[in-house]
Design a protein around this ligand. Structure first.
Ligand code: DGY
Length: 319
């Protein structure tokens, strides 16, 4: 009788949905590091044996961490952002990086749209007003702004940007986008210059992926161009916006409002944001629905299964 081959060892750095954990444990020898008080130390302990790492897109794995492993073959990202891994370094090490781009598109677009709607219509402020009993006292909250007919500028017309554009079309918004390059497969106007786009639009929707050359791309001059009636929404990455400049302009009323799901230094957000009345804040939850987190968990495990079965994972960031 032959003994079955040992299951590949996989380190789990982020808690994923139960449906994913069950599947992971069926196929792999899983080392749970997501609740470790010192994941870095524990990673070192498994550096000689681990063949796969499953980690959150906003956690990633640094090149220094990658270099400690002796047998690592694949990093499976639970999420779409690639800003917490070094693709060139991984390629150089012959490592695969898989990610989960499609399954979260609709939910992230919904969050972007929801933040835009909430910021223009001041939904949380209205909720707080009612909860505080002010309506019952005979008071009225201030008027809000319409969404229909507004001009939407989208920074980053990838999968998520396009899904936001489709939603905005249904609300009668005018759409123009900026992107690394003009797309030939979309019906929207292209504006290569971000400042001109900000000058044109009422709402600037940041839906781009982040890369080192894009830090603080939305700088003070872009925010100035957006103007005191302008709204900014961010479902990309916090570092894409100069957060200090944003806060200053919000404090001075030089912007109408901001709807933010992502921040420069999560989860420690700038205290000044917490004092503002013209913001709607969310805790990086754009893909955090039961449906999407189940799908992301399953897909990130499937990518490991595909790899260790000798085939190519469906979504690879590395060739
Ligand atoms: C993603 O998928 O990149 C989300 O933003 C979580 O990091």
């Amino acid at each position: 009788m032959t003994t079955p081959a040992p299951k590949p060892e996989v380190l789990l750095l982020q808690r994923i949905a139960d449906v994913g954990i069950e599947r992971l444990e069926t196929h792999f020898d899983v080392i749970h590091l997501w609740d470790s008080p010192d994941p870095d130390r524990d990673m070192q302990y498994h550096a000689e044996t681990a063949r796969g790492v499953l980690t959150g897109a906003n956690i990633g794995l640094t090149p220094q961490q990658v270099d400690r492993f002796h047998k690592l073959e694949i990093i499976s990202l639970h999420g779409v952002g690639l800003d917490r891994v070094d693709i060139d370094h991984a390629k150089h090490q012959g490592l695969r990086i898989a990610y989960t781009p499609d399954v979260l598109t609709a939910d992230v677009a919904d969050m972007g749209f929801g933040l835009m709607m909430s910021t223009l219509r001041r939904l949380p402020q209205g909720h707080n007003f009612v909860m505080a009993g002010h309506w019952a006292e005979g008071k009225q909250p201030p008027l809000t702004r319409s969404l229909t007919g507004k001009r939407l500028g989208i920074l980053g017309l990838g999968r998520i940007g396009q899904a936001i554009a489709a939603r905005a079309e249904a609300f009668g918004m005018e759409i123009t986008y900026t992107n690394r390059s003009r797309r030939t497969d979309v019906p929207y106007a292209y504006e290569p210059d971000l400042q001109r786009l900000a000058d044109w639009c009422d709402v600037l929707m940041v839906a781009a992926a982040s890369s080192p050359d894009m830090q603080a791309l939305v700088d003070d001059s872009v925010l100035a161009a957006l103007g005191s009636e302008g709204v900014i929404v961010n479902v990309g990455r916090g570092v894409l916006i100069d957060e200090d400049a944003l806060i200053t302009r919000l404090e001075r009323g030089e912007l109408l409002g901001a709807g933010l799901d992502v921040f420069a230094n999560e989860p420690h957000i700038n205290d000044a944001l917490l004092t503002l009345d013209n913001v709607v804040l969310s805790a990086h939850r754009a893909s955090a629905t039961v449906e999407t987190r189940n799908a992301m968990a399953i897909q990130s495990v499937e990518h490991l299964q595909q790899h260790f079965a000798g085939s190519k994972p469906t979504h690879l960031a590395t060739p």
